[in-house]
Design a protein around this ligand. Structure first.
Ligand SMILES: Nc1ncnc2c1ncn2[C@@H]1O[C@H](COP(=O)(O)OP(=O)(O)OP(=O)(O)O)[C@@H](O)[C@H]1O
Length: 235
């Protein structure tokens, strides 16, 4: 599903060149749920952004669902992001001036899906995330947990084969965080969507099949949660 080969990401700073990722190689199998952990600033979000085509690596190759992201032009990358990947962020990133229904429909509208079809899809997605009847309210009228469920519904609109989630439970209390993890887990198990999730939370990482630990721009450990060595290095 995902193949990252010798990927580096360099930023040019006043103080000199800085490598946020250094010669990173990793694979994610189709249908897998992978958690990416590691200290603040280690390169986790950078890696996720590269996987989703939000940014480009300085060197190396990234293949997602058979598509070499490093070979795409700007327009093709936009299409890739819209159709292949569902993004979920810590701060939900819903558009405040749009209703819940309009937020969920964003990529469908951009893809010229007929209006009546959009309506049906939005209803189905709202019921999938247990927010029936909330179509016409604005994000600010919802709780954080509900907003994150809207964000997940939006991520699912184009039936992506991959969900990339960056600290999806980071702004939520225990109960709401657990609900989001259950939802992601169900989408992974039942709808076979591959999930890659950055998290600081050891409990959140337990829903994953495998944990990748990043430190100083390098992958230092890979393994299942029950791999004690990995579990001890996740903080
Ligand atoms: N656009 C940028 N320009 C310069 N440096 C950047 C840029 N984006 C990220 N960095 C640097 O790259 C490093 C990795 O950042 P990244 O956001 O990937 O870390 P992270 O592991 O996700 O951290 P956190 O857990 O705090 O979100 C950091 O040192 C950061 O300051």
């Amino acid at each position: 599903m995902i193949s990252v080969s010798n990927v580096s990401k360099m930023y040019t700073l006043e103080s000199g060149d800085f490598f946020a990722l250094k010669d990173t190689t990793m694979q994610v199998r189709k249908g897998e749920f992978v958690a990416i952990m590691g200290p603040s600033g280690s390169g986790k979000s950078t890696l996720l952004q590269l996987l989703g085509g939000l940014d480009q690596p300085t060197t190396g190759n990234i293949i997602v669902d058979g598509i070499d992201l490093t070979k795409l032009n700007e327009k093709e990358r936009t299409l890739f992001r819209r159709t292949k990947v569902g993004f979920v962020f810590q701060n939900y990133q819903l558009l405040p001036m749009m209703t819940v229904g309009e937020n969920i429909a964003l990529s469908l509208t951009a893809n010229n899906t007929p209006k009546n079809e959009i309506k049906t899809i939005v209803q189905k997605l709202l019921s999938e995330v247990n927010l029936q009847g909330k179509e016409s309210v604005f994000p600010s009228q919802l709780s954080g947990g509900q907003q994150q469920r809207v964000a997940i519904a939006r991520a699912l609109a184009m039936k992506p084969s991959l969900i990339l989630a960056d600290e999806p439970t980071g702004n939520l209390d225990q109960k709401n965080g657990e609900d989001i993890l259950k939802l992601l887990s169900r989408l992974n198990k039942e709808e076979k969507i591959t999930v890659v999730m950055v998290t600081h939370d050891q409990q959140a990482a337990q829903v994953a099949d495998r944990i990748i630990v990043v430190r100083d721009g390098m992958i230092v450990e890979e393994g299942g949660y029950r791999n004690e060595k990995v579990a001890n290095r996740m903080a």
